[in-house]
Design a protein around this ligand. Sequence first.
Ligand code: G3P
Length: 219
Amino acid sequence: MKIFLDTANRELIKRFVPTGLIDGITTNPSHLSKEGDNPKQVLQDICNMVKGPVSIEVVEKEPDAVLAQAREIAKFAKNVVVKIPFAEQYLPVIKTLVAEGVKINVTLIFTPLQALMVAKLGVEMISPFVGRWDDIGVDGVELLEEVITVKDLYDFSSQILAASIRTLIQWQKITQTGVDIATLPPAVFEQAMKHPLTLRGIEMFDADWKKVGKKGIFD
Ligand code: G3P
């Protein structure tokens, strides 16, 4: 499973990249709205901070404008993936961009049929939103499993990117699905690295080692 951070916060990206576990970043207009800096600068910094793919979402609405903006985003950095929301009017745009070699991440996927349609167009990534399904009382991990089944049954090349993950439990369940990528809020990633029993165990070993009365093991 590849791990992406779902954020536009440069401090958090800088903090977690040294773990060696961050394979990419997903941003969206909501993330960028929280940064209080020029979005172009924020995105430029992020693209320089990670080697892996960085998803940047279009904000235009009309299909022609989305096409032009997607082309502009695609040229912004070598590791950019253009994020486009699922909509009927964007399917021809996506088809054109894929034919031009642009890597697309189709976002706001809520059914296996939406996933099937964009997989047929050859997009790079497909993002089912687990948490937002859970929000309305439907099991988001089931949606994810159905999307993965579609990909596997028809041998599509698109990578499935589990998005809208809000809790450790969701991430843990997702690890059992074989999904290609999980994009995590930094808080969930941080929480997963801390366990009270691990911390307690370290304290106990430290306390016992003090009883030995030596600094190093081989002193
Ligand atoms: O980046 C898209 C997705 O991960 C957003 O998650 O928590 O706003 O539903 P959320």
